[in-house]
Design a protein around this ligand. Structure first.
Ligand code: COI
Length: 353
């Protein structure tokens, strides 16, 4: 219990940790022993509990299942060389969940419940944070509407939950992707900057069409003209263009990625030239043809850095250069901070003591 937050804890009597085999691990399938749950009712958040991880009992009329009033977050806990457990910039995820909640008419979860609940949960499941390079405990906070009501209006009741699952490598190989010329992830005025469940469900169909043709992901373009690059699958996208670090600017169609922000901050700090500006498909194609695209990679919590090896632009496949000095040094710098090998001058590592 923290000083100000009251959490009821029911511990598991049968930990599943001994069943874990990191060698055969698949992302998002192996869940830690406990989960956090809080309820919103009568105009306030409360009833914060930690329980053994397990199924929920829900009415078939649960509002979130019908109208998508739900949003989520993704964070990672790491174990440092000295054994300490840290979470990467969770305050930023807390703020982003509050932003997503506001966009979806969900009462935001107070920081005290998000941060305090996270801490208590990780203290309890601390042993689940792997002690192996490249592995982490992926943390999934989420919010959903719980009114058993099929009328169309924001719910009066909600649940906030956090559970954790083991994570290793997300993409085993560099990506082959294509520019999406038709379908749209997000439109101006839409929910693209919120981590809304529907943004991901809506992406499945175009992604599956691309996958049938041998691509792993699509590169999303703007909804109006399909001319400007937006995101890479479920990640932000960063280019090294003519030696500069270039990425699409934040807007209501782009998720304010924590990894994106971390990479751009480190790039500026290293004296690299950073441009947050629209990048058109034409500019990208011209740069590839002129040999000026030095690198392209997706950045996100789950995948961290995902190099893009092949890019199809309107039917033409280009093999991209990778392993640029800039990308490699940014990746290394971030890894070094994450592992506690260099000073964390930004206070990005949130210790779970
Ligand atoms: C993340 O990188 O955290 C994502 O958003 C991907 C996730 C949906 C697995």
């Amino acid at each position: 219990m923290t000083d100000t937050l009251s959490i009821t804890v029911k511990r598991t009597t049968a930990s599943r940790l001994h069943e874990v085999d990191l060698d055969t691990l698949k992302f998002g399938q192996t869940f830690a022993d406990h989960m956090l749950m809080a309820d919103y009712a009568d105009g306030k958040w409360g009833n914060v509990q930690i329980l053994p991880y397990g199924p929920l009992e829900l009415s078939p009329a649960t509002a979130a299942l019908h109208y998508g009033q739900t949003c989520f977050e993704g964070m990672k806990a790491y174990r440092l060389a000295n054994g300490q457990v840290v979470v990467w910039r969770p305050e930023k995820n807390c703020k982003r969940l509050q932003h997503s909640a506001e966009r979806l008419c969900i009462p935001p979860v107070p920081e005290e419940i998000f941060m305090g609940g996270l801490r208590e949960l990780l203290l309890l499941d601390e042993a689940w944070v792997p002690n192996r390079p490249g592995y982490s405990l992926y943390i999934r906070p989420f919010l959903f509407a719980t009114d058993p009501f099929v009328g169309v209006r924001p719910s009066d009741t909600y649940k906030f939950m956090i559970f954790c699952s083991l994570a290793g490598v997300y993409y085993a190989q560099p990506l082959k992707v294509r520019i999406e010329p038709h379908y749209t992830r997000a439109a101006k005025g839409g929910t693209g900057s919120a981590k809304a469940g529907g943004n991901y469900g809506g992406a499945y169909y175009p992604t599956s069409l691309a996958q049938q043709e041998g691509f792993q992901q699509v590169i999303w373009t703007d909804a109006q003209e399909h001319r400007y690059i937006e995101e890479a699958g479920t990640m932000n996208i960063i280019f090294i263009l003519d030696g500069k670090v270039v990425t699409s600017p934040l807007s209501d169609t782009i998720l304010d990625g924590v990894t994106r922000d971390s990479v751009l901050t480190l790039a500026r700090e290293a004296g690299m030239s950073v441009e947050e500006r629209p990048v058109s498909v034409e500019e990208l194609r011209d740069a590839i043809q002129a040999g000026k695209l030095n690198d392209a990679f997706g950045v996100g919590t789950a995948a961290t850095f995902a190099p893009i090896q092949e890019l199809e632009i309107y039917g033409v496949n280009y093999v991209l250069p990778s392993s640029s000095a800039q990308a490699l040094s940014l990746k290394k710098r971030m890894e070094d901070i994450r592992q506690g090998l260099v000073p964390d001058t930004h206070g990005w590592l949130h210790p779970i003591a």
